[in-house]
Write a protein that binds this ligand. Structure first.
Ligand code: NAI
Length: 378
């Protein structure tokens, strides 16, 4: 299999590594020679570490490196069976790039995008033969995160979909099938993890440290929402929230938060700027959570109910199967359990009643229980 990867940034470099580790011939193209050099050097370092750990042999290391060609010329994609695009997230740039790719590759070459927020249908519209377009959405870091969302657009042929899913499955990834809708599965279903945590803070129910404590200690999540937002970057996380909100025609369920916006505007971006919700300066004292079990349980129950409601909505609106929604959240963002399985464990009636209480108290559409959850609870 000959795999082209366009864009040698964070995602492209990782995808090229995965493809090569699985025996594919890879051409990695970037406009910027410095990015290619950086990608090559960073792969060398990763492979040295993998050899030291005994994960790959010295021979395999040489083969993995040898299978990747670095180039600044998209014409080198000529013999590719598939090209996966991972360049800047701008629709007009992707349009120009996809139209150009089609003049280079063979008639049956699949053209895939790793976009997080653009519709695959809109990207495919730049192609003469749009039946070859598909979304192949990896998670960062691509070599380590098992989940890949496969997104057929309205134009995608069954042959394109089947071949791209088979290829990514053959790389040992966990693939889930997902409708071409904003945020796909993970970035849609996970919104309340951030949004409801911010809302709880804004209402003065608890501070950042306490909310994080409730979600990690009582809920079993690997990171609390505020630590995670600081890790992702408040600017990046806020931009995703805003784009999902707009893409859903301003559905109040996805409303962004002023707290996050102000943190972002202030330059409190998180780890990368040294300060976010928490202070990452050397020697900074971290705030202690209030370990009140009653408050903690209320926080967990509320955020979890909102996440479960979102998971039900993804199934209800046929975005993905229940099994794939649970797989996506456990393999893409390391949730301790699939949200639908978790809902069954808690009891659907109990989850529904939590949402109904919020909906009655606030009168906000944001808390409306999903019809599928209502039906199933009945
Ligand atoms: P990045 O900024 O690290 O890398 C983008 C690369 O594309 C740069 O090396 C740049 O020189 C190159 N580039 C830009 N325009 C180009 C063109 N016309 N031709 C060739 N190369 C070009 O970006 P990153 O984070 O790797 O994101 C790439 C794509 O992957 C975006 O669509 C993003 O939405 C998506 N994505 C990002 C994730 C993340 O966590 N960073 C996760 C999943 C998807």
């Amino acid at each position: 299999m000959k795999v082209g990867v366009l864009g040698a940034g964070t995602m492209g470099a990782g995808i090229a590594q995965v493809a090569s580790q699985n025996g594919c011939e890879v051409v990695l193209v970037d406009l910027n020679q410095d990015m290619l050099t950086k990608a090559e050097n960073s792969l060398d370092k990763i492979l040295v570490r993998l050899v030291e750990k005994g994960v790959v042999s010295e021979d395999e290391k040489i083969n993995i490196q040898g299978r990747i060609t670095y180039s600044t010329d998209t014409k080198d994609f000529k013999a590719s069976n598939i090209v996966i695009e991972a360049i800047v997230e701008k629709l007009e740039v992707k349009h120009a790039v996809f139209a150009n790719l089609e003049t280079i590759v063979s008639d049956d070459c699949i053209l895939a995008s790793n976009t997080s927020s653009l519709s695959i249908a809109s990207i495919g519209s730049a192609l003469k033969n749009a039946s070859r377009v598909v979304g192949i959405h990896f998670f960062n870091p691509a070599p380590l995160m098992p989940l890949v969302e496969i997104i057929p657009a309205v134009q995608t042929s069954k042959a394109t979909l089947d071949a791209s899913k088979a290829l990514i499955d053959s790389w040992g990834k966990v693939t889930v099938l997902c409708k071409d809708t904003p945020g796909f599965i993970v970035n849609r279903v996970a919104r309340p993890f951030y949004g409801e945590a911010l809302r709880i803070y804004e209402e003065g129910i608890a501070d950042f440290a306490t909310i994080d404590w409730a979600m990690t200690e009582l809920g079993g999540f690997r990171m609390g929402p505020f630590t995670l937002m600081d890790y992702i970057g408040n600017d990046v996380n806020y931009a995703v929230t805003e784009s999902v909100f707009a893409a859903f025609y301003y559905d109040p369920r996805f409303k962004p938060s002023f707290t996050q916006r102000r943190h972002s505007e202030a330059g409190y971006l998180g780890r990368k700027s040294g300060r976010g919700y928490f202070n990452y300066a050397e020697g900074a004292v971290q705030p202690e959570p209030n370990k009140d079990m009653v408050v903690g349980q209320q926080i967990l129950d509320r955020i979890l109910a909102m996440l479960i409601n979102e998971a039900f909505d993804a199934v209800f609106m046929q975005v993905a199967s229940a099994e794939d929604v649970d797989k996506a959240m456990t393999k893409g963002v390391n949730y301790p359990k699939g949200l639908l399985v978790w809902a069954e464990e808690i009891g659907l009636k109990k989850v529904l009643s939590q949402l109904e209480t919020l909906f009655t108290e606030y009168g906000e559409d944001r808390y409306r229980p999903n019809p599928l959850l209502k039906r199933m609870a009945k």
